[in-house]
Design a protein around this ligand. Structure first.
Ligand code: SF4
Length: 97
């Protein structure tokens, strides 16, 4: 079956272990320019932080704090990973030539 988004990740079972259960969701979606410190503080000790971040990256979440990272920080990770994939593809193609 073809799915619209390339890396759509649907498993959200990790959420039941999250530190933010019961915390006001607005904290994780601050107004532009508002502080993200409090949300990141909740994320800091969260045992599912990595799952949360990977979920956001896989699903292209554009807004809010996920895995303790802001939208801008996640964009940086996506860019970095894309560069790494490009470099790996170039290396692989050079090795097979
Ligand atoms: S990392 Fe932060 S936003 Fe993600 S589940 Fe944990 S507390 Fe919630």
């Amino acid at each position: 079956m073809r799915i619209g988004r390339k890396h759509l990740m649907l498993d959200t079972s990790w959420q039941e272990f999250s530190n933010c259960l019961g915390v006001d969701p607005d904290l994780f979606f601050p107004e532009r320019g508002a502080s993200t410190r409090e949300a990141k503080e909740v994320c800091r000790g969260c045992v599912v932080k990595d799952d949360c971040l990977e979920f956001a990256l896989a699903n292209g979440e554009k807004f809010g704090i996920w895995g303790g990272m802001s939208e801008r920080e996640r964009r940086r990770i996506r860019r970095q990973r894309a560069l790494e994939r490009q470099a790996a593809a170039l290396t692989a193609s050079a090795e097979s030539a």
